[in-house]
Design a protein around this ligand. Sequence first.
Ligand code: SF4
Length: 62
Amino acid sequence: MKVHVDTDKCALHGQCSFAAPEVFDFDENDDLVYDATPDDSQRAAVEQALRACPVLAIEIQG
Ligand code: SF4
């Protein structure tokens, strides 16, 4: 699966990293970093992150 985050929309709320901590994280500058091609075992967590994102910045492709 492929994940894309619209970083223009992302307001760094962090809900995605609670929902899918193995895919979404923050670096030492508090910027969002994420795995753009997570294993399919992460699908449910990523879908939860997508629903949790308050600005709808997360997109799942495939
Ligand atoms: S929940 Fe949405 S706005 Fe918040 S850090 Fe994640 S992608 Fe960005």
